[in-house]
Design a protein around this ligand. Structure first.
Ligand SMILES: Nc1nc2c(ncn2[C@@H]2O[C@H](COP(=O)(O)OP(=O)(O)O)[C@@H](O)[C@H]2O)c(=O)[nH]1
Ligand SMILES: [Mg+2]
Ligand SMILES: [Zn+2]
Length: 331
């Protein structure tokens, strides 16, 4: 199948890699759409020009269930107009997931480039929690950016920023007031056209406020999940949803994750380098990068090899993830 790399799709994050993946598939019905909202029994999808509802085709549902997989907001799928079916999931470049309290994995968002990990500089401030979010992003092949909001309410924003920076070397840290008109400018490096970002963080930290600041509107309600009416006029609440930003990037808002548990793989990254983290607390400078700083306990105590292994663990790795190859069953 040949699909043009049209402007409309590109604005949704469609790219050459997806186009190539699609051309690898055997010919069949369906055209690419992006999942922008997940509802109880259906999805809202966007084809670059229109947004409409779609359901998972039973054959795809079966294939996904068998693979312990499912569709997430941000996924690309093939949509068949006849029947409003999603017939196939396209390969993902990234996936964020967490382990729920009942031990089951929950897919949060797919095909995201950057995770904006949001934490308030007020009473919400918890470096440990933010580092768990960061590990989730790294394990999911997503670049973490740490956003410290409520700058206007911070006691000592600079000390807090330094503390976070010392725990997360090689990770961007931005302090800001989520309501500020400068938000688009501050986040511009990650908002290139075609990029997809997700807002993650506790409830009340300013995620929806940031979404509004980036959309340049007040249309989305803050302090609650988004309410709107579906096609049948029913009042629904949407947990995660993707919006296109004026500059050409896509942003996904999410509700707070009450308890962020790490999957085994993510926890392993953390446990493996407990020695580095403990030593880092004894470095002379709170924002020590453990390179050539005087009084660096990490460099003093650990071998160069050990430090290199730790640095490697911080950069996103390519996990062994099979692309979604599901049959393009006809209804
Ligand atoms: N003072 C201050 N208030 C903020 C800031 N960001 C968000 N808020 C307020 O915090 C409340 C919760 O924000 P919201 O965006 O709904 O948080 P969410 O749950 O993360 O989506 C709202 O009343 C916002 O106006 C900020 O940077 N400074
Ligand atoms: Mg919100
Ligand atoms: Zn150090």
């Amino acid at each position: 199948m040949t699909v043009p790399l049209g402007d409309e799709l590109a604005r949704l994050g469609w790219n050459a890699a997806l186009k190539a993946a699609l051309e690898q598939l055997p010919p069949g019905p369906g055209r690419p759409v992006r999942i922008v909202e997940q509802h109880r029994s259906e999805y809202r999808v966007n084809d670059g020009e229109h947004e409409f509802s779609a359901r998972t085709h039973p054959a795809l549902h079966q294939a996904l269930t068998k693979a312990d997989d499912g569709i997430a907001v941000g996924d690309w799928a093939l949509y068949q107009d006849e029947g409003d079916w999603l017939t196939q999931l396209l390969p993902r470049r990234s996936l964020l997931e967490r382990t729920r309290e009942d031990g089951r994995r929950q897919r949060l968002v797919a095909n995201v480039d950057t995770a904006l990990l949001v934490m308030g500089l007020d009473g919400d401030f918890s470096p440990e929690r933010l580092m768990r979010y960061r590990l989730m992003a790294v394990a999911g092949d997503v670049t973490p950016v740490l956003l410290l909001t409520k700058l206007d309410r911070a006691q000592d924003a600079e000390a807090q920023r330094r503390e976070i920076a010392s725990l997360a070397p090689d990770t961007a840290v931005v302090t800001l007031d989520a309501r500020s008109p400068q938000v688009p400018e501050l986040l511009a490096p990650w908002l290139q056209p075609g990029q997809t970002l997700v807002l993650l963080g506790s409830s009340g930290v300013g995620k929806s406020t940031l979404m509004n600041s980036l959309l340049g509107t007040d249309t989305q309600r803050t302090g609650a999940t988004q309410d709107h009416q579906d096609d049948l006029g029913r009042h629904t609440t949407t947990a995660r949803f993707l919006r296109r930003l004026p500059g050409g990037a896509c942003l996904i808002d999410t509700p707070g994750l009450r308890e962020l548990k790490l999957s085994e793989e993510q926890a392993k990254v953390e446990d493996d380098f407990a020695d580095v983290r403990q030593l880092a607390a004894r470095c002379r400078f709170s924002d020590c990068q453990h390179q050539r700083e005087p009084g660096c306990a990490v460099v003093r105590e650990l071998s160069a090899q050990r430090i290199a292994a730790w640095r490697d663990s911080l950069v996103p790795r390519k996990p062994d993830r099979k692309p979604g190859t599901f049959g393009r069953g006809k209804p």
